[in-house]
Design a protein around this ligand. Structure first.
Ligand code: SF4
Ligand code: SF4
Ligand code: FES
Length: 254
C-alpha cells in the first residue's frame, strides 16, 4: 500500500514499510549510505544515512538512520541540515579511523568538509580499509552460502571466515562480496583460469567465444544444484550471448 509523506518539503508517495532511504533516493535525494543494499536486511552500522524525521501527531524531531526507518503516512523528513551534517561528519571521522584511504570515504570527506582526522587510524586491522559494515556477510548469507561471519566485538571485531578458519570453506567464489564491499577492500584475484578469494582458489569457467571469465565452476555447480539443473554453463558470457542474439536477429535468413 502506498502512503504519502514529505521529503525536503516535497510530497511524495512510497510503499508503506519501505525504508526512508529508498523512498528519498527514488525522490532524487542524495543520502550517503555505505552499509545499505536493497537486497539484504539493514543493520544501520555506518550511521551516515542520518535524517531528521517527525511522525504524524508528534511535535518532536528525531535524528535517525534512514536505511532502517520504515515509511509511514504523514512523516515529515529532512535529508540535509546543519545538525545532520554535524553528526554525519563525526560518524565519517569514525569510519576514516578504520579506512583512511578508502576512495569512497575520501570523496565523502570532501563533500562534508572533513579535512583533519580526529582519530588516529587503526593500523592492525586484519582487513585494511574494512569499515565493519557487514555487507559482505549479509550478501553472502542472502545468497545462501553463509561463508562469512562477523567475528569478535568492539575494537577487535573483524569479518571473515567463521570459527577462526583461515579460508572460507563454504565460499563458492561468486565474487558478490567483493563487488558490493563499499570500500573495495576484499582482495580477489582472477587469472585466465583461476579466482582466489578468502583463502580459496577456484577454477574459472571462461567464455568459449571470447575467453572472458564467466564465474567459478563451484559457483556454477551451486547455482545448478539450487535449480535442479545439470551443472553445466551455456559456455558463453553475457556479452557474447547478447551479441549472438543480435547477430541472429540481424541475419536475413532468420
Ligand atoms: S565469493 Fe564466497 S564469500 Fe563472497 S559472497 Fe561469494 S560465496 Fe560468499
Ligand atoms: S569487507 Fe567490505 S563489505 Fe565486508 S564488512 Fe568490511 S567494508 Fe563491509
Ligand atoms: S546506510 Fe544507513 S546506517 Fe549505513
Amino acid at each position: 500500500m502506498d502512503v504519502e509523506l514529505t521529503i525536503d518539503r516535497v510530497r511524495v508517495t512510497a510503499e508503506a514499510g519501505a525504508s526512508i532511504l529508498d523512498a528519498a533516493r527514488r525522490a532524487g535525494r542524495d543520502i550517503p549510505a555505505l552499509c545499505h543494499h536493497e537486497a539484504v536486511p539493514a543493520i544501520a552500522s555506518c550511521r551516515l544515512c542520518l535524517i531528521e524525521v517527525r511522525r504524524l501527531g508528534r511535535d518532536w524531531i528525531q535524528l535517525t538512520t534512514s536505511c532502517d526507518y520504515p515509511v509511514s503516512a504523514g512523516l515529515v523528513v529532512v535529508t540535509d541540515s546543519r545538525r545532520i551534517r554535524k553528526h554525519r561528519s563525526m560518524n565519517l571521522q569514525l569510519l576514516l579511523r578504520r579506512a583512511p584511504n578508502a576512495p569512497v570515504l575520501r570523496r565523502l570527506a570532501l563533500q562534508l568538509d572533513v579535512t583533519d582526522p580526529l582519530f588516529a587510524p587503526v593500523t592492525d586491522a586484519p582487513l585494511p580499509d574494512c569499515i565493519l559494515c557487514e555487507l559482505c556477510v549479509r550478501v553472502c548469507s542472502t545468497l545462501g552460502y553463509n561463508a562469512l561471519a562477523a567475528i569478535g566485538r568492539g575494537a577487535g571485531k573483524s569479518v571473515g571466515p567463521p570459527f577462526g578458519q583461515t579460508e572460507a570453506l563454504d565460499c563458492v567464489g561468486c565474487g558478490s562480496c567483493h563487488e558490493t564491499c563499499p570500500t573495495e577492500c576484499i582482495p580477489m584475484e582472477d587469472t585466465a583460469t583461476t579466482r582466489t578469494i578468502w583463502g580459496r582458489t577456484f577454477e574459472l569457467l571462461t567464455c568459449e567465444r571470447c575467453s572472458r571469465p564467466i564465474t567459478t565452476k563451484a559457483h556454477a555447480e551451486a547455482m545448478a544444484a539450487e535449480t535442479d539443473l545439470a551443472a553445466k554453463s551455456s559456455g558463453l558470457c553475457e556479452v557474447c550471448k547478447t551479441r549472438i542474439t543480435s547477430e541472429r536477429l540481424a541475419s536475413p535468413g532468420r
